[in-house]
Design a protein around this ligand. Structure first.
Ligand code: WTA
Length: 577
């Protein structure tokens, strides 16, 4: 473990919403936290009510909920009152299309005001919302839409063609709504603008049981296709409280979460949690460019900023003088998520912004931040921080027994926190695989030190985190073998200074095909088209054989050890040794 250095931020610009972690954790009960969330009679609720309508019905009606800036530089703004009415209209559009409670409504849409509106409208109608990363290719799209049985898809002109390529394999898909006047009504598509204009801005929100599902999101594991992680309305209790205590959101903050709404960070902290706090958010639909990001902070006077280590490293790699050209003095609290945050990144942010990045740890499955560095607490460089109140965690061994302090092992959480996933869609068996004895097993390995700080060690499985995005090796391998030239493929994450990891593929060609750089490029393009830009192998090695177990499973562990020059370990189950 690296040398520990502790940083106490002396430059706090505000008293944190949580002034003392020990005090907040003492006697903490979820029952008390739930009281901060407004419910209907008989304990019924709807997360969209807590996110938008409570504010629209109160003092924040005319407060800006969203500043949205597109790639084209066009700036739009929406108050809580406007967001409430727009999402009501969308809920009415869904009802008109025959959508029932717990039907699935998916969005294959770039970040745009329509995406926020339709997500909230879906929740209001009692249906289950599902976002899709706009860069998804055919296979990635088909897997998710087929498994979820989505009935409605909201999409946009440029992405529509990708959807039509797989339309025939989606028997449950009933309606396609196209935003920005891109609809071809002769094909039966619905025009978002026309439908919204015709719909009433009044909607009687569906009163849900707290355990009813609100949104679902596909994520990757070591084996199999992406799995549909399902969340419930009740999760908003914790999404709200973590936005308040970890992101430290206060009424006059301007908050910017840089994550796409296709990923869990975008949904939970780029939409739900901060709006449940009544905070003004900035949404940016354009591509990453250091000068653009600094310009946004300056233009909107962003105070709280939530981003990812790869972006931080890219900002660090840009010219040191660049930040000096902007007024970034509005920033008061910075957070990071998705992959290990290097101590250098924290030190750099103190120099450049006068504030440290605070690491936060969580997963698609956990539904909100469970381990973090709070503004009130000294940061140990390189540590993920401490537990969220009400969360019990341990480092456990293979039998499910907690290990002593200081030991490395599997990071596990005691189930039952409000924002925990409720199931894996149509796959209860997959859901059960997450548990060992009384513990939910995260798939990460970690260590807890004597002061209760958590230290990330790595993944216990083969899941790859590349630029903070989660990719399953099986998906990439399956896509690779669909290429005409590929007989077999093994995929690993290879450590990379900028991206955390890159995807590396070992490919065995079919007889008659010859390895070449052109073939590599062709295979890379092929994978981009099937999966997404972030999921293609940046490196490909052509090999004559792949190490396999006697039962025929490719031993990725061995491929990785060889690639990194590490000890190969136990190979007793190897087929071709
Ligand atoms: C990794 C993202 C180190 C981890 C919200 C986890 C992290 C996976 C951190 C979940 C962190 C997330 N330090 N690793 N602070 N935060 N991870 O589902 O491996 O896309 O299991 O959720 O990201 O990724 P997911």
């Amino acid at each position: 473990m690296q040398e520990i250095s502790v940083f106490k931020n002396k430059n706090l610009k505000k008293t944190p919403t949580m002034p003392d972690l020990e005090e907040a954790s003492r006697d903490f009960k979820w029952e008390d936290a739930k009281k901060e969330i407004e419910c209907f009679e008989d304990g019924k609720m709807n997360a969209a009510w807590n996110v938008i309508d409570v504010h629209a019905n109160g003092e924040r009606k005319n407060k800006i909920a969203l500043y949205y800036e597109g790639d084209d530089g066009i700036i739009e703004k929406f108050t809580f009152g406007e967001m409430s009415e727009l999402s009501n209209r969308f809920a009415n559009v869904l009802k008109k299309l025959g959508i029932q409670r717990q039907d699935r409504v998916f969005y294959f849409l770039s970040r745009s005001p329509e995406l926020y509106v339709s997500f909230l409208g879906t929740l209001k109608a009692g249906a289950i919302a599902g976002t899709l990363f706009p860069a998804f290719g055919d296979d990635a799209l088909r897997d998710r839409l087929l498994d979820s049985g989505a009935k409605v898809i909201v999409t946009e002109g440029p992405l529509k063609e990708r959807l039509y390529k797989i339309r025939d394999s989606l028997p449950d898909l009933k309606h396609i709504i196209v935003v920005k006047n891109g609809a071809d009504t002769s094909k039966g598509e619905f025009c978002y603008n026309t439908e919204m204009a015709a719909a009433s801005s009044y909607f009687e929100i569906e009163k849900m049981n707290p355990e009813d599902y609100s949104f679902m999101l596909y994520t990757s594991g070591t084996t199999g296709k992406p799995k549909g992680v399902v969340h419930a309305h009740a999760g908003i209790v914790q999404q709200y409280l973590s936005a308040k205590w970890v992101l430290d959101l206060q009424d006059d903050d301007i908050f910017w979460c840089t994550a796409d709404l296709g990923w869990v960070t975008g949904i939970v902290y780029g939409l739900l949690g901060p709006w449940a706090c009544g905070t003004t958010q900035v949404g940016y639909g354009g591509r990453f460019k250091p000068e653009k990001w600094y310009e946004l902070i300056q233009r909107y006077k962003i105070t709280v900023w939530y981003t990812a280590p790869t972006a931080i490293r890219m900002l660090m790699a840009a010219s040191d003088d660049l930040p000096k050209n902007f007024d970034l003095s509005s920033l008061r609290h910075l957070c990071s998520v998705g992959e290990p945050l290097n101590p250098e990144g924290v030190k750099w942010s103190v120099e450049v912004f006068g504030q440290p990045f605070h690491d936060t740890w969580w997963q698609t499955e956990t539904g909100s931040i469970l381990i973090t560095n709070y503004p009130c607490m000294p940061i140990k460089f390189g540590s993920m921080g401490k537990l969220f109140p009400g969360i019990e965690a341990a480092i456990i061994d293979e039998a499910g027994n907690p290990l002593p302090q200081g030991a490395e092992g599997d990071l596990a959480i005691k189930p039952g926190w409000p924002s925990m996933m409720r199931t894996i869609w149509k796959n209860e068996a997959r859901f059960k695989e997450y548990f060992r004895g009384n513990w939910y097993v995260t798939g990460d390995t970690a260590m807890i030190d004597k002061d209760g700080y958590f230290w990330y060690v790595g993944r216990a499985d083969d899941v790859i985190k590349t630029s903070g995005e989660r990719v399953g090796p099986f998906e990439v391998e399956s896509a690779l073998v669909e290429h005409d030239a590929v007989a077999e493929a093994g995929v690993i994450g290879k450590p990379d200074e900028l991206r955390g990891n890159i995807i590396k593929a070992f490919v065995m060609l079919k007889p008659g095909f010859t390895a070449s750089d052109d073939l590599k490029k062709e295979i890379q393009q092929f994978i981009k088209g099937k999966l997404a830009g972030h999921a293609y192998p940046r490196e490909i090695d052509f090999v004559d054989s792949l190490p396999k177990t006697r039962s025929g499973k490719i031993m990725r562990r061995l491929l990785k050890a060889k690639e990194l020059g590490l000890p190969i370990g136990d190979t007793s189950t190897l087929e071709n040794d």
